[in-house]
Design a protein around this ligand. Structure first.
Ligand SMILES: [Zn+2]
Length: 127
């Protein structure tokens, strides 16, 4: 079974770096767990509000430049935040990124404050 990006997901990808878009567009066909793109490009105003609310730690988010996306697991018609779903999505995204030679970092691999929905282009290659 292969999934497709919803209209909302495609809208969320607008303004996102084309290499990251390519990865997500292919990863949706490979993932064992359906997902929705809930956020891509973020305005400085929204970032400041998220930091203030404690939902983000940095004013220097990769979302501000369109180098990051947040994916939400979509199971049985609803968004699920259950942690075990996210490594499965990440595995598909990582394999696709590798295949396309686009270095992508998963927030779930961060040593502290893991961010399962978050994927971003590697800063070294995509400053
Ligand atoms: Zn994010």
């Amino acid at each position: 079974m292969s999934f497709r990006l919803s209209k909302r997901s495609l809208q969320s990808l607008s303004g996102v770096h084309p290499d990251l878009v390519r990865v997500i567009q292919l990863a949706i066909q490979r993932t064992p767990v359906d997902f929705m793109v809930i956020e891509g490009l973020r305005s400085p105003q929204r970032q400041a509000a998220l930091v203030k609310a404690g939902a983000s730690r940095t004013q220097n988010s990769r979302h501000l430049s369109g180098h990051a996306v947040d994916l939400a697991a979509w199971v049985d018609g609803q968004i699920r935040w259950d942690w075990p779903l996210y490594p499965r999505i990440a595995e598909a995204v990582k394999a696709t990124a590798h295949e396309l030679s686009v270095p992508v970092v998963w927030g779930g691999d961060w040593p502290s404050l893991r961010d399962g929905p978050h994927f971003e282009l590697c800063r070294k290659i995509y400053p």
